[in-house]
Design a protein around this ligand. Structure first.
Ligand SMILES: CC(C)(COP(=O)(O)OP(=O)(O)OC[C@H]1O[C@@H](n2cnc3c(N)ncnc32)[C@H](O)[C@@H]1OP(=O)(O)O)[C@@H](O)C(=O)NCCC(=O)NCCS
Length: 194
């Protein structure tokens, strides 16, 4: 028996709020602030994020964000941009990826602009997006995957209460070309939440 629905028919809110953050679907025009944040953060992003291999132009960032909006509207990937609720400053990107609508399984990804790191914003965003996935999307499984060497990313998963399920060995190539391991964290319905 399949539980799948046609995802295009789902009603999915385009925004959520946490104590300090506004987290919303990408909008036409977000490219400029995202480009500024990527350029500021290239050194920290480069070891982990393929898009930071070379500095993007503003036009490339705008094109990327427009495609991300279209994917959100199709409900194939729920990209989300994170802003400071009070100041409106762009903080970073997150979202729900690798969606399986039959299982209702989602993976949370994230990166932060360097000037906003170390303040708990990403942990707050992950907690907010996890609640959103449970409440609005009836998630049965929410994953966080990271390079086993990415200590800061694993710390986010652990701070947000995700359980380490295992380590997949030699299943990724880091940006350096080096083979590496993947840590798989998850929260599942019936165990980490009802
Ligand atoms: C992974 C990444 C998003 C983590 O960012 P971060 O700023 O360390 O994470 P948070 O925003 O949750 O902040 C946590 C830090 O703020 C501190 N902090 C301050 N106030 C806090 C609060 N209210 N709540 C939680 N933590 C708080 C924590 O102690 C922690 O500091 P520490 O790293 O010195 O221990 C960032 O390193 C990054 O973008 N890396 C490059 C891209 C990447 O690797 N993405 C993940 C791919 S899987």
């Amino acid at each position: 028996m399949t539980h799948s629905v046609d995802p295009i028919m789902l009603s999915i809110p385009e925004r959520l709020e946490t104590d300090r953050l506004l987290i919303r679907a990408p909008l036409w025009g977000d490219g400029a602030v995202i480009n500024e944040a990527i350029l500021e953060s290239l050194e920290e992003l480069r070891p982990w994020m393929p898009f930071a291999r070379t500095a993007p132009t503003q036009e490339e960032s705008e094109k990327h964000i427009r495609l991300a909006r279209l994917e959100f509207l199709k409900h194939s990937e729920l990209h989300m941009n994170i802003f400071n609720k009070l100041t409106g400053e762009f903080i970073g990107c997150s979202g729900l990826h690798r969606i399986d609508w039959d299982i209702r399984s989602f993976e949370i990804g994230y990166w932060i602009r360097t000037s906003c790191s170390g303040k708990g914003y990403i942990t707050e965003a992950v907690n907010g997006i996890t609640d959103f996935a449970i409440r609005e999307l009836e998630a049965n499984r929410i994953e966080i995957r990271c390079n086993a060497k990415n200590v800061k990313s694993a710390a986010v998963a652990e701070r947000a209460g995700f359980k380490l399920e295992g380590i997949f060995r030699n299943n990724r190539r880091a940006e350096s070309g080096e083979l590496g391991d993947t840590k798989v964290y998850a929260k599942v319905r019936g165990i980490e939440y009802e």
